[in-house]
Design a protein around this ligand. Structure first.
Ligand code: GUN
Length: 293
């Protein structure tokens, strides 16, 4: 069994980006710039956005944060997006989800300039992904693909079971794994909350991507020996032993499942770190594309 170390992969990829930024500076060029919009005071969203900004700083990207109140009118957010779309110094724009209930998420995502949509959530980028055209790939599934590539894991012809059909993780993951390319070429089953006999699908799987958000859901008796297990879960659970008052739990019962796997990602230290790295890669690609216009 090998643990897929998000820290090692992300550090390696971030070092490459860091070097690219040094070269840009030597040439007197501006550096890539990511702008994030954060609405309200959702603790998890605050943590994620703070981490995205810190990672930008770590590798020398410019970042900016637009903070808006929970109860703002949708039009205020729209104005901010238009401003960032028109700002030639901004390469990537992300609106941290979820949004407050008065705001129409799909409408907002569709307003982001697709060439700056580093989350890959815009219908144009989603459409390109489905067609196998080059596009911004949503960061979590992209991060998982980068991990498979880094560890040179053979996925061709394998049965991959993706649990969870969200637009952010499960659905794009199922599309990526089914593509006709290296580190993909899987036969994919996309399972979700209405799937009957979920356990029987899991037991058949060569690769399981667990993205359902139920801590410890995947147990040892639900997997085939030798399976590759990718844990996307990042649920906060109360933990009085931690200074923050919570700890982060994955969707996999790691201690019981790990000994049976060929490869497994830990939580924390697995997919989460790759998500941010993939966002940085998307931002760098947005910068390159915009500078070659
Ligand atoms: N909320 C949870 N994951 C994500 C993500 O990848 N991007 C954005 N914008 N919001 C999120």
């Amino acid at each position: 069994m090998q643990i897929l170390e998000g820290k090692i992969v992300s550090e390696s990829l971030k070092n490459i980006l860091k070097e690219e930024v040094i070269q840009l500076k030597i040439k007197g060029k501006r550096v890539p710039h990511l702008a994030a919009i954060l609405i309200g005071e959702n603790g998890a969203s605050e943590t994620y956005v703070a981490s995205k900004i810190k990672n930008c700083e770590d590798i020398g990207f410019k970042s900016s944060l637009v903070r808006l109140e929970e109860n703002i009118d949708e039009s205020i957010l729209i104005d901010e997006i238009i401003k960032l779309n028109n700002d030639v110094t901004v390469d990537g724009i992300l609106v941290q989800l979820p949004l407050p209930k008065q705001i129409n998420e799909q409408k907002i995502i569709s307003l982001i300039d697709p060439s700056k949509d580093v989350d890959g959530f815009h219908p144009i980028n989603m459409g390109k992904l489905v067609l196998g055209e080059s596009s911004f790939i949503p960061a979590t599934p992209y991060g998982i693909m980068l991990m498979l590539e880094y560890y040179n894991i053979n996925t061709s012809g394998k049965h991959a079971v993706v649990i969870g059909r969200s637009n952010i993780v499960g659905r794009p993951m199922s599309i990526l794994l089914s593509q006709q390319k290296q580190y993909a070429n899987c036969t994919v089953t996309l399972c979700h909350s209405r799937t009957e006999n979920l356990v029987s699908y899991c037991k058949e799987a060569d690769i399981i991507v667990a993205a359902l958000g139920i801590p410890g859901f995947l147990k040892a008796d639900m997997i085939k020996p030798g399976a590759i297990v990718i844990d996307v879960g990042i649920t906060r659970v109360e933990d009085s032993s931690k200074k923050s008052g919570f700890s982060i739990k994955g969707d996999v019962d790691f201690n019981a499942v790990a000994p049976l796997c060929s490869y497994i990602t830990p939580v924390p230290g697995g997919v989460g770190l790759m998500t941010i790295t993939a966002l940085l890669k998307n931002t760098y690609n947005a910068y390159l594309q915009r500078n070659s216009l």
